[in-house]
Design a protein around this ligand. Structure first.
Ligand SMILES: Cc1cc2nc3c(=O)[nH]c(=O)nc-3n(C[C@H](O)[C@H](O)[C@H](O)COP(=O)(O)OP(=O)(O)OC[C@H]3O[C@@H](n4cnc5c(N)ncnc54)[C@H](O)[C@@H]3O)c2cc1C
Length: 330
């Protein structure tokens, strides 16, 4: 049963520093698979005044047609309006985007403007007997919900980072490029007066390959230095659980979990982290999980690939020294 009725599939491609974010490339991978199965085009929507590199990457990832709108605004209302206008113009059967912090807000804005349903934070999309089925975790990931949008118009979903593997880039692929303009919205409810980079935030947790997370079990901001040190020796970035950001040991933007960042590193190391469901739902896409906790019954050990039962204040210095030694030997 065709869910597209011959209509194209569209992906809104979020970018960071003029390149598609990892979550967008993962969405493109899944969308290109669906588009191939339905023999329709995959249309990528790019926003910005410097999109050449992003367009090349999109084409090499399997996008057949790239729509570019020259707009650099970070205002969700502005972006949402453009995505909605393009969705109305190109009339795709399905519109997908990454469920990043920005993507979640943009998806809601677009769904409202297009007057359609949007399934948020989906981890799988498959053609089922009742139609296209979106699987999304609910209750902090304890249950999986299969959702079918039954309308015949635009279907929308935001996809949780780490749910799909991005395609290998194939430089021999090319895409048709179309430039579009969208009229500015007049009655903006939000106006961004100034953007200030958070002091100390030089990390992009969502893109990082190695993330070292400290939890309340680290005990104090001084002890938390061990987390920074381990991250430094492994070439990773630092994250924290909610109590840690509430204590101001690190910034709010470094919180990992349901109400923070969803991360998909190759390696996650968590020390003094209990493994509450709200934290685990943000790290379950990690390839390899190492947990250090002094309580052998801590829930994090249930999903850890390697569990170390011990005092983080004793284990972390040993790990740091061992890694330093290996690096010196090589
Ligand atoms: C709506 C909602 C959203 C939330 N969103 C998030 C979120 O996005 N991210 C998030 O992280 N939490 C979130 N939380 C909070 C979550 O429920 C937990 O409270 C939190 O994750 C616990 O953080 P923790 O593991 O650092 O602390 P704790 O649960 O207090 O665990 C500390 C752990 O450290 C261990 N420990 C203590 N001392 C040592 C030592 N010396 N060495 C080794 N181990 C030690 C203990 O055994 C314990 O397991 C949310 C909660 C709600 C209700």
């Amino acid at each position: 049963m065709s869910f597209t009725n011959g209509k194209d599939i569209m992906v809104f491609v979020e970018t960071n520093e003029n390149e598609p974010v990892k979550a967008a490339l993962e969405v493109i991978a899944k969308a290109s698979e669906l588009a191939k199965a339905e023999s329709v085009n995959l249309v990528g929507l790019l926003l910005g005044s410097n999109t050449d590199e992003a367009a090349k990457i999109c084409a090499a990832s399997g996008v057949n047609k790239i729509v570019i709108v020259e707009e650099d605004s970070e205002n969700v209302e502005v972006i949402g309006n453009i995505v909605a206008e393009m969705a109305k113009k190109y009339d795709p059967s399905l519109l997908l985007m990454g469920s990043t912090l920005a993507g979640k807000d943009i998806a809601a804005e677009v769904a409202k403007k297009c007057e359609t349903a949007c399934v948020t934070d989906v981890i799988n999309i498959a053609e089922g007997e009742e139609g296209l089925t979106f699987t999304a975790p609910v209750y902090g990931g304890t249950l999986l919900n299969d959702v079918v949008i039954t309308n015949d118009s635009l279907k929308m979903a935001s996809v949780r980072p780490g749910s799909f593997k991005k395609n290998e880039l194939d430089e021999s692929l090319s895409a048709e490029i179309v430039k579009e303009e969208v009229e500015e919205i007049k009655d903006l409810k939000t106006i961004i007066k100034e953007t200030i980079a958070e002091v100390g935030e030089s990390v992009n947790l969502e893109e990082a390959e190695i993330v070292v997370v400290g939890g309340r079990g680290m005990g104090s901001k001084e002890n938390f230095e061990l987390i920074h040190e381990l991250a430094k020796v492994c070439g990773g970035v630092v994250g924290g659980t909610r109590p840690v950001t509430e204590e101001d040991w690190i910034s709010r933007s470094q919180q990992v979990g349901q109400s923070g960042k969803i991360i998909t590193p190759k390696l996650y190391i968590g020390a003094g982290v209990s493994g509450a469901i709200q934290h685990l739902s943000g790290i379950s896409g990690s390839d390899y999980i190492v947990a250090i906790n002094k309580d052998e019954d801590a829930p994090i050990f249930e999903i850890a690939d390697v569990g170390i039962v011990g005092d983080a204040m004793k284990v972390l210095p040993l790990m740091i020294e061992a890694i330093k030694k290996i690096k010196e030997e090589n």
